[in-house]
Design a protein around this ligand. Structure first.
Ligand SMILES: NC(=O)c1ccc[n+]([C@@H]2O[C@H](COP(=O)([O-])OP(=O)(O)OC[C@H]3O[C@@H](n4cnc5c(N)ncnc54)[C@H](O)[C@@H]3O)[C@@H](O)[C@H]2O)c1
Length: 257
């Protein structure tokens, strides 16, 4: 690792497991001062202790919770350089059986939570000294482009992340805030949850591997590497973009055999 984020202050939501955990590990290894914000206190504390991050219990769907995180950053760090809006949930309900409570809950985490994150991020990054600005990276999905019919709310929310990201990015650019905003689009990624499922259902692994022309799942390290590039000073002309990490999944026409 090469200190690409040395002394930068970074919030990572949903950092207690999966892709977010990979992000916390990589950003800490690159010298960042990471605040891991998650509803899962047990795993949040575990990952923070292992990687050297600060853990703050945080519900992305709550305005009060964002205000409290904003206060922590201002008081304890005095700057925010990057925000990774990564927390997300699934619902596993199709249009035939989705109920409004489930739909609203998912949207409140996957979309409203991300919008609130962008507001907080912009507020704090505007206060950075001499217009240093910052970077926001929103975790979307290959599902932003390819529908999962068995999860209508998730599919809709991840398509929504694209619009949210572009709107906020263009706002920040035209206001000359020096704040860049991009979305990343993982395909099926080998998280711990998925590893457990694969262990129990070997046939699932073959099916998931077939989803990408590269014939395999992605890793959390590969997704974290893309987030790192976008959050770093190497991506200073990237904003409003959609960055795939999915082995070519959305490039492929449905196979004929
Ligand atoms: N794993 C994949 O194959 C995949 C593919 C594409 C996109 N994604 C996206 O990547 C992101 C991370 O997913 P993951 O696969 O690592 O799942 P995960 O379940 O391992 O991690 C999600 C994290 O978000 C946290 N979280 C949930 N609700 C929250 C809330 N209200 N406030 C704060 N934290 C909350 C959870 O506690 C958990 O730590 C999600 O946005 C997901 O949609 C995942």
């Amino acid at each position: 690792m090469s200190d690409r984020m040395l002394n930068k202050v970074v919030i990572i939501t949903g950092g207690a497991s999966g892709i977010g955990e990979g992000m916390v590990q990589r950003f800490c290894a690159e010298g960042a001062r990471v605040v891991l914000a998650d509803v899962d206190t047990k795993n949040g504390r575990r990952v923070s202790a292992r990687c050297g991050a600060l853990f703050q219990e945080h519900d992305v769907s709550s305005e009060t919770s964002w205000q409290s995180l904003e206060d922590t950053i201002r008081q304890d760090y005095g700057q925010l350089d990057a925000l990774l809006n990564n927390a997300g949930i699934v619902s596993n309900q199709s249009i035939a059986d989705v109920d409004v409570a489930t739909w609203n809950r998912l949207m409140s985490v996957n979309l409203t939570g991300m919008m609130l994150g962008c507001q907080t991020g912009i507020t704090l990054m505007r206060e950075n000294s001499s217009g240093n600005g910052g970077a926001i990276v929103n975790t979307a999905s290959s599902t932003s482009y390819l529908a999962i019919p068995s999860d209508v709310a998730y599919t809709t929310s991840k398509a929504g992340v694209v619009g949210l990201t572009k709107s906020v990015a263009v706002f920040c650019a035209t206001e000359r805030l020096n704040i860049r905003v991009n979305s990343i689009h993982p395909g099926a990624t080998l998280t711990n949850i998925l590893k457990t499922a694969l262990g129990e259902t070997p046939s699932l692994e073959a099916a998931l591997n077939r989803m990408s022309p590269m014939g395999r799942l992605g890793t959390v390290e590969e997704v974290a590497a893309m987030a790192l590039f976008l959050a770093s000073d190497e991506a200073t002309f990237c904003t409003g973009g959609q960055f795939p990490v999915e082995g070519g999944t959305v490039s492929e026409h449905p196979r004929m055999v």
